[in-house]
Design a protein. Structure first.
Length: 346
């Protein structure tokens, strides 16, 4: 085997991309997940150039001078800024391919997208992917990808229900025989959880905090149902009245109240999807249960809340954060790009 063949075997290949509102994951068939970084880009507004992408850019959120802004180019699971998204995707694709990318063919990419996006929004993902360096782009709806990644029997004639909650969207889908039979997509998810916490802290304590702090509060003490042992966390921020640094100790019970509205919307989406499910598949779901996926699915007590509201067994996927990109990778591994649930830019 020649040196070039070795390089192509090691570094070539197609890519699976979970293009999330909060985080982007990239995987290859042979190396698994090779990149997991925040979907954030730092831009110099005066010179109109990208300064940093991913983790480095996220560290700049709320900490940059006036001419530099750290932005999230995706909003509610779809592209909000095309040019910035293209630059970010190019960076991620080149980083995933490695230093020998110039010697390898341009990759095919499979990208997960929310099930509720429009044809115009899908076209934006296709074009951004190709402009960023993909030879060809394929799209798969995120709940289908998450179900494949979580090892649900998507090709079987039984009903499987998955609730995939990311940063921008909550996707509920009932899947059977390789297709989505019933679905509900809402643009209420992890980011709305963070925003609700941010507003509560400001209203209750006159304390201004940033997005990163709100996310930390959610992870440390957030819940959707009462906890056996309630938690608390100390939070630092800026006094809304004096502008001076200030701290406050916040309890999980009040954060649960702050999250009540967005959590209720997620619960309603699940109930709506169950209402649309054919009776035979509904009986399967009653037996096999509902699977929670995505970062939002890890919110404490959400499985308990859904069990109480629907009467259906609910479990949390042990690989919740990786299911979408794993599902995209398995489509590549099986060379299943011609399946009915795939869409191509050809």
């Amino acid at each position: 085997m020649s040196l070039l063949d070795g390089i192509l075997g090691q570094h070539g290949g197609d890519l699976a991309i979970d293009l999330g509102t909060a985080n982007t994951l990239v995987a290859t068939r042979d190396r698994g997940i090779v990149l997991n970084e925040p979907t954030v880009v730092a831009i110099d507004r005066e010179q109109k150039r990208v300064l940093a992408v991913g983790a480095e850019a996220k560290r700049m959120l709320g900490r940059t001078p006036g001419n530099i802004v750290a932005v999230r180019p995706l909003k509610d699971g779809v592209i909000a800024d095309y040019d910035v998204t293209e630059a970010m995707l190019r960076y991620f694709i080149n980083k995933a391919r490695g230093k020998h990318s110039l010697l390898t063919p341009r990759p095919r990419v499979v990208v997960g997208v929310p099930s509720g996006v429009t044809s115009v929004e899908k076209r934006a993902v296709f074009e951004a992917s190709v402009q960023a360096g993909a030879r060809q782009a394929y799209l798969i709806e995120e709940p289908m990808a998450a179900a494949i990644g979580a090892d649900l029997p998507v090709e079987e004639p039984t009903g499987s229900m998955i609730v995939d909650i990311g940063g921008g969207t909550a996707e509920v889908a009932v899947i059977s025989m390789g297709g989505i039979v019933a679905s509900k997509s809402i643009r209420v998810a992890g980011n709305e959880f963070d925003q609700a916490i941010l507003e509560h802290v400001k209203d209750a304590y006159n304390l201004n905090i940033g997005e990163r702090t709100a996310e930390i509060i959610k992870i440390k003490v957030g819940s959707a149902a009462p906890l056996a042992h309630e938690l608390d966390v100390e939070v630092n921020g800026r006094d809304a009245l004096t502008g001076m640094p200030k701290s406050a100790r916040i309890e999980s019970e009040e954060i649960r109240r702050a999250l009540a509205q967005p959590v209720s919307e997620v619960v309603k989406a699940v109930r709506d999807a169950l209402d649309m499910t054919p009776p035979d598949l509904a009986s399967d779901i009653m037996y096999y249960g509902i699977l929670l996926s995505g970062g939002g699915g890890l919110l404490r007590g959400l499985d308990q809340r859904l069990r109480e509201e629907t009467g259906v067994p609910v479990s949390v996927s042990p690989t919740a954060l990786e299911n979408v990109v794993t599902g995209c990778t398995r489509v590549l591994e099986a060379n299943a790009l011609n399946r009915s649930y795939m869409q191509s830019n050809r």
